[in-house]
Design a protein around this ligand. Structure first.
Ligand code: SF4
Ligand code: SF4
Length: 228
């Protein structure tokens, strides 16, 4: 079935981490807390089920939908457009990004660390489906893809630079290669210390930063407390 873009809508959502999960990771300085690691790994399994549930529910209502992240056409690529067009600038990329879908859908803008800063903050997971239904789009409250990041909008903050144990965040942005290496070290730590083979722990740049749980206001570079 052929469709045109105007026949399609992206439904995008944000699932914030709980306060207890964020609280535990705030205190970490190198490895993720166990609660964060489990929430990141098993929480994403829930997110996968949610994508499937939304597609099935839409189908039952008579609409065709697809969760791009679950499509066999999705894969992580070292190149941006084709095998012969290696992207030095973007490193690992993919044909669909949940954060970019959320940005396009009006849910938030990117921070210095590449995380998406939403009204519920940056410590979250997001998901999406595309469906052949026409729904009026959510109004975007920003004109710039970095609007909510204090580093870009006010020239302040930069706290995610200090939070990253791998030196993967600088004033030039997020180095995906350095980040990936640290994630691999964290994976091994999680396996040895928490007893499960999860991946993509860390999240230190998502916690104990001003944009962790909110869109930071001008001059508000404060973070939530580390102790109760
Ligand atoms: S911690 Fe500061 S510099 Fe980093 S993404 Fe958040 S607002 Fe931007
Ligand atoms: S996920 Fe961890 S290693 Fe990667 S940029 Fe954030 S703090 Fe650094």
């Amino acid at each position: 079935m052929k469709v045109t873009p105007d026949q399609l809508t992206i439904i995008s959502w944000v699932l914030p981490h709980t306060e207890a999960t964020k609280f535990e990771n705030r205190k970490q300085t190198f490895y993720p807390s166990e609660r964060w690691a489990r929430a990141r790994w098993y929480g994403e399994e829930v997110n996968i089920k949610l994508r499937k549930h939304v597609v099935i529910t839409l189908k039952e209502a008579g609409f065709d939908g697809v969760a791009p992240m679950l499509s066999p056409l999705w894969s992580k690529k070292k190149t941006l457009w084709s095998e012969s067009n290696v992207s030095e600038r973007y490193g690992f990329s993919s044909p669909w990004s949940e954060r970019h879908a959320a940005y396009t859908s009006g849910l938030g803008t990117f921070g210095l660390c590449d995380g998406l800063i939403t009204p519920k903050g940056k410590a979250m997971r997001c998901g999406s489906v595309i469906v052949n239904i026409k729904i009026p789009p959510t109004k975007k409250l920003y004109n710039d893809h970095h609007a909510y990041c204090l580093f870009f909008s006010k020239g302040t903050c930069g706290k995610c630079i200090q939070r990253c144990p791998a030196g993967a965040i600088t004033e030039k942005g997020h180095n995906k290669g350095k980040c990936k290496k640290h994630l691999q070290i964290s994976d091994n730590y999680m396996k040895s210390n928490f007893g499960f083979e999860g991946r993509f722990g860390c999240g230190l740049c998502q916690t104990n930063v001003p944009c962790e749980s909110k869109i930071p206001k001008e001059n508000d570079t404060s973070c939530k407390p580390l102790f109760e």
